[in-house]
Design a protein around this ligand. Structure first.
Ligand code: HGY
Ligand code: MN
Ligand code: MN
Length: 406
């Protein structure tokens, strides 16, 4: 495994250097760096003997037919895109680990009794349009007009961007329907602290928490900063601040609720004009869907009250909502068996982070392997998974693949 693990780490480093920004790692939907990373992955997939294709949205696929090419495929994969100022393991590890596992099987002279499709999804994070799982929803026929209408920072809709910036030349369209896929398995860094707490290198995911993504816009009245009396102002920024503090307070008071404001925009944006419009993103998650929905309503009511008192207009826009997904019992059992053969543990843990399996679960049973990451840190350039832990993850994947019947 030495050489194979070394190559996996080298490929991680290679992808970690492919960015749309000179000083930090970022790859977004249909960006030049995302395409460059996709082309890298296509080359590596071809090296392990896969037939490769790309879709117009930048998702790429490698197919290893196996002994029975007509059998239902097992899908493996993760995402090529990143958040802004990202770490190099989120997404990329899942892709390089599969390549390593397939190389290991090849070196063992093993041919799998079913096809394997490796998918590199174009956009899981949703940085460009705030909608998430664009790639995995794309291959499962779940992209709708609402998503196509979502705007990026330049005011371009996802539909127009796909039409004008898409990777159309030589593109294939691959779509998976319910029943024609054996399952989907993704290896990913944990992005949490459970495996560190138990001092375990890897674990199996029991389920993926649900999440709601919103865009909240408060509109008041721009005016002169030097001449407008305080009592006459309809200033959107302090109102947004009140709403954001109420968000944090609600989450702190309700264990299990995670609420994050990741992005805020103020217009007109000059230092001597009263902010007419303030918009901010809201990311709300909870292990229990009904609780997430209930508490989101509590927050919405509080924000509506604040904005009414201040004489502002409120636009509370749900951008995307995904309920929690439970991983398939059969796949999870096989993954735990594989984990136990490698580490002696059957550790299972929930995922607070979202993953492409949420979208793929609409058409196939899903399972996930988590690899420990240092201090659980992620969505940060210091994100780190030790090669030894990556090696354990790859071995679990190999054991899992070897154990699957035809
Ligand atoms: O936001 C998430 O949970 C994931 O990193 N896309
Ligand atoms: Mn990820
Ligand atoms: Mn992520």
């Amino acid at each position: 495994m030495g050489q194979i693990l070394r190559r996996a780490v080298e490929r991680l480093d290679c992808l970690g250097r492919i960015s749309d920004h000179p000083h930090h790692l970022v790859r977004t939907y249909l960006s030049p760096a995302n395409r460059q990373a996709a082309e890298c992955l296509l080359g590596w997939m071809a090296e392990v003997g896969m037939q490769t294709q790309h879709a117009s949205d930048g998702t790429v696929r490698g197919i290893l037919p196996g002994a029975a090419p007509e059998a239902r495929p097992l899908l493996l994969g993760s995402h090529l895109d990143t958040v802004i100022n990202a770490g190099k393991y989120d997404g990329a590890l899942g892709l390089t680990a599969v390549l390593a596992a397939l190389e290991e099987l090849r070196d063992l002279g093993m041919q799998l009794p079913f096809p394997v499709h490796l998918l590199g999804f174009s956009d899981e994070e949703g940085v460009r349009f705030q909608t998430t799982y664009l790639g995995s929803r794309g291959v499962t026929g779940q992209l709708d007009l609402e998503t196509a209408a979502q705007l990026d920072a330049a005011g371009q809709s996802q539909g127009i961007v796909l039409a004008t910036e898409g990777w159309h030349d030589g593109a294939a369209s691959f779509c998976y329907d319910e029943g024609n896929v054996r399952g989907y398995v993704e290896l990913h860094i944990e992005q949490g602290r459970v495996l560190e707490e138990f001092d375990e290198a890897a674990g199996v995911v029991s389920g993926i928490n649900g999440q709601s993504r919103l865009l909240v816009t408060l509109t008041g009245q721009a005016d002169h900063a030097g001449t407008t009396p305080m009592e006459l102002r309809r200033d959107s920024l302090p109102a947004a601040a009140e709403a954001i503090l109420a968000t944090e307070k609600l989450a702190r008071e309700h264990p299990g609720l995670m609420a994050t404001v990741g992005k805020i925009e103020v217009l007109p944006g000059s230092s001597n004009s009263i902010p007419q419009m303030t918009s901010f993103t809201l990311d709300v998650r909870h292990p229990v869907d009904t609780e997430r929905v209930r508490l989101l309503k509590v927050l919405e009511d509080a924000v509506r009250k604040t904005t009414a008192t201040r004489g502002l207009k409120l636009d509370w826009q749900l951008v995307q909502e995904n309920n929690a997904v439970i991983c398939d019992a059969g796949l999870t059992g096989n993954l735990c068996d594989a984990l136990e053969r490698v580490t002696g543990s059957r550790r299972q843990l929930a995922s607070g982070a979202g993953h492409d399996g949420v979208a793929i679960a609409k058409v196939a049973p899903i399972g996930m392997i988590f690899v420990r990451c240092r201090s659980g840190l992620s969505h940060h350039p210091d994100e780190y998974a030790a090669p030894a832990d990556i090696g354990v993850g790859i071995r679990v994947l190999v054991e899992f693949l070897k154990s699957l019947p035809r």
